[in-house]
Design a protein around this ligand. Structure first.
Ligand code: GDG
Length: 733
């Protein structure tokens, strides 16, 4: 069976020491729960840091711990204190974390941290490589390991690599700030499948890939030289059943069995029947919007005085990264705000905010979820936020209200919550009022919808969906590879070529024989190409035809002196080696005055684009434009042309960064067939890179060797990855 391995910063166990005795304690976090089902079911190994400073631990203890991990099918990555400091505290938490959460002002750009990040990522990759066998899959997790996918792929090309990012992926305008932006994207692109919590993060990633590398992206597939990479959104879920069971347990406890916290909560409600509790739970992190939330709660008590003495906010802030300045300042600010609000509105019998600066045991968490009337979850940025899902799952009787920040990934799935902007204190204050006064029926209808959804798409489903897509990514890659011309296939094609007596060779120009240039007139043939064409045309058995969308004057000039046939403007004009230009298809241009103004309007609105006027077609080029705007405008232009020109016999063709309009009935397929004219060729080969060449691939006889340059879907029998690969093949002929 194909194995699936996991790589994450931490292993899913913590080390517990009681006197001399060392043991492992399973983590109960969402990731550990979801992944356990995967790596155990698929017979894999979990690779991660064991939590120890490798320099400080005694060798015998280190060995003992490693053995314990091995028994749990885990492989430890050894890190020392300096590595942890630079890689984890440094680059991961002081650079990537703030930047990806849009806190650009907190992001540190430190070269030593970056070097350590690379070195430690390599350690994780090496540990994975040691375990991986050809045909296995590996699932890498999160922002600490962004370079690992490429590091694995480069050494283990036959392993399927998945990567999931648990935090937001920021927009290009923020991501571009990172001095190592290209390396990070390249690292991620080593994966065959890249997962995000939401579609927004996915499209930000696409935008960075397009702008930094110019790779083609079609739907959710990225075409990178010899590979196709899939990206998709998988909103992470929770272990729903576990929360149901634990909430039921908590509800059934007798007074004597209840925890101290639970008894306190009961006492609070007993004091007065209209008392309410609002819950807030996060790590104490600047992304969580805690100061804004406190201010909004203060504003609520000010604006709605009827709730004073009746409503308490329970704020659980779990200590986090407390050695970092920004976190220390945040702690100070939160302490002060809590003090101010309690000072302003508290009394002997009433504390507006109960503030816990510590982690609580899991059962206390459930007691809070089940007891609190409202959950106030208002991060300024959050990849997903599982607390929101856990609160909703724990509401067994479907009562309760969730107030949720629109900046948390989870908001995309929980439209029935009261969605707020986390910096709008007024809106938050009003939402708290709305939540506290919401009729029970409305609460039930909102919560039950959300519960159904999180029950359906729980953490196990999330993991399964990712694994299914990993399989799909593998299949897409193998379909692509099946058509790819390998070294041995190239040899076979050349042998067949050499054994034939009369050959027709059709060669598209741009993107096939020559690389694209920003300015099309700069793409003239270089010396290498001249020599390839000369070599081919010197062979008497060959009839070589350049078949292109270009105008005839350009090609005539560029191929002067060569014994080639030229077919131009997608088949309007043809010139045989020793002949004059002749028109292959009769066309008229009376549509041009209608189309030109439409295109001109798009040129005005799309910086960098321009119109090329050929004899029988008009072409709108957008290669020099900003990529996303170009694609967007190209779709608009197609739409507009289709609407305005439906009565004319015109064809709108989408090439590589061009939209071309020309009279109907002209295409490279028709032209190639006319050219062949039933002559007894015993070897026909055609190469082309874009949509316009598909006509040729479709029309040529079945035995023709049709070759698509690039990765995208094609009718051609074979694929080559690049112009250089085309030239390599032609040189052998
Ligand atoms: C990342 C992303 C994304 C909290 N306090 C206590 C406690 N918790 C548990 C909660 C919940 C988990 O911690 C927090 O989950 P979040 O989703 O809110 O955030 P992170 O784990 O920090 O981080 C985040 C997530 O990855 C998953 O992809 O949602 O956006 O930042 O499960 O229950 N558990 C216990 N005591 C506490 O005091 N026992």
């Amino acid at each position: 069976m194909q194995k699936i391995h996991i790589v994450s910063n931490r292993l899913p166990f913590s080390i517990k020491e009681e006197g001399e005795k060392v043991s492992l304690e399973a983590s109960v976090g969402g990731l550990a729960t979801g992944m356990k089902s995967i790596y155990k079911d698929y017979g894999g190994t979990w690779i991660g840091w064991n939590g120890l400073d490798s320099d400080a631990v005694a060798p015998e203890k280190g060995k003992e711990v490693d053995t314990l991990f091995k028994n749990e099918k885990c492989a430890s990555v050894q890190l020392n204190a300096e590595e942890i400091n630079l890689f984890y505290e440094g680059f991961s938490n002081r650079t990537i974390w703030p930047l990806f959460h849009y806190f650009t002002q907190f992001a540190d750009f430190n070269n030593a941290n970056w070097e350590a990040y690379k070195a430690v990522n390599q350690k994780f990759a090496d540990a994975a490589i040691e375990t991986l066998e050809d045909g296995d899959s590996v699932w890498v997790h999160d922002y600490q390991l962004l370079l690992v996918p490429e590091m694995i792929k480069s050494k283990k090309p036959n392993v399927t690599v998945g990567f999931f990012l648990h935090i937001p992926f920021p927009s290009y305008e923020v991501f571009r700030i990172l001095p190592w932006r290209k390396e990070i994207i390249q690292g991620m692109l080593g994966a065959d499948l890249i997962g995000f919590h939401t579609y927004d993060y996915e499209r930000h990633f696409f935008s960075c890939v397009r702008r930094l590398f110019g790779y083609e992206i079609s739907f959710n597939q990225i075409y990178v030289e010899e590979r196709i990479i899939l990206a998709d959104s998988f909103p992470m879920g929770i272990d729903y059943d576990k929360f149901i069971k634990c909430s039921q347990n908590v509800g059934m406890k007798s007074i004597t069995e209840k925890s101290e916290l639970h008894k306190e909560l009961d006492k609070y409600f007993l004091a007065s029947p209209d008392r309410k509790l609002i819950l807030s739970i996060d790590r104490l992190d600047y992304t969580k919007g805690i100061p804004n939330r406190l201010k909004a709660f203060g504003r609520f008590l000010e604006k709605y005085p009827e709730f004073r003495q009746k409503v308490t906010l329970i704020m659980l802030a779990v200590p986090s990264r407390d050695q970092v300045d920004h976190y220390q300042l945040l702690k100070k600010e939160v302490d002060e705000l809590v003090g101010q609000i309690n000072g302003a509105y508290g009394s002997i019998n009433y504390t507006p905010i109960w503030y816990f600066y510590r982690a609580l045991p899991f059962k206390n968490l459930i007691e809070l979820y089940t007891s609190c009337d409202v959950a106030l979850i208002t991060p300024v940025r959050d990849g997903m936020n599982l607390v929101a899902k856990e609160y909703v799952a724990s509401r067994l009787n479907n009562t309760g209200v969730l107030i949720l920040s629109e900046m948390a990934g989870v908001a995309k799935e929980m439209g029935e919550a009261l969605i707020i902007n986390p910096v709008d204190e007024e809106e938050m204050a009003d939402s708290i009022n709305q939540a506290l006064t919401m009729p029970i029926e409305e609460q039930k209808s909102r919560i039950s919808f959300m519960r159904e959804r999180i029950q359906r798409y729980d953490v196990f489903k999330w993991a399964d969906e990712f694994v299914k897509s990993l399989k799909k990514a593998e299949d897409i890659q193998s379909v692509f590879l099946a058509k790819r011309i390998t070294k041995s296939l190239a040899e076979k094609l050349v042998t067949k070529y050499k054994g034939s007596k009369k050959r027709a060779i059709f060669l598209d120009y741009d993107g096939t024989l020559a690389h694209f240039k920003k300015n099309p007139q700069d793409a003239m043939p270089d010396d290498e190409l001249h020599s390839i064409i000369k070599n081919l045309t010197d062979n008497e058995a060959n009839t070589v035809t350049i078949i292109s969308g270009r105008d005839r004057y350009t090609l005539e000039k560029w191929f002067a002196g060569h014994k080639v046939n030229l077919i131009c403007e997608h088949g309007v004009w043809m010139r045989k080696v020793s002949g004059d230009w002749e028109m292959l298809t009769a066309v008229n241009n009376n549509w041009m005055p209608n189309v030109r103004p439409i295109m001109e309007n798009f040129v005005d609105r799309t910086p960098g684009s321009f119109i090329e006027e050929k004899n029988y077609s008009l072409v709108w080029h957008f290669r020099k434009s900003e990529p996303e705007q170009g694609e967007l405008r190209a779709n608009e232009l197609k739409d507009e042309l289709n609407t305005h020109l439906s009565n004319h016999n015109l064809e709108i063709m989408e090439g590589n960064k061009v939209i071309e309009v020309k009279s109907g009935g002209i295409n490279k397929g028709v032209a190639a067939l006319k050219f062949l004219n039933n002559e007894p060729y015993d070897y026909i080969i055609a190469l082309g890179d874009d949509w316009t060449d598909e006509f040729m691939f479709r029309e040529l006889p079945e035995e023709a060797v049709t070759i698509k340059v690039g990765m995208t879907h094609t009718k051609a029998a074979y694929k080559l990855e690049s112009v250089d690969a085309v030239r390599g093949l032609l040189k052998k002929m």
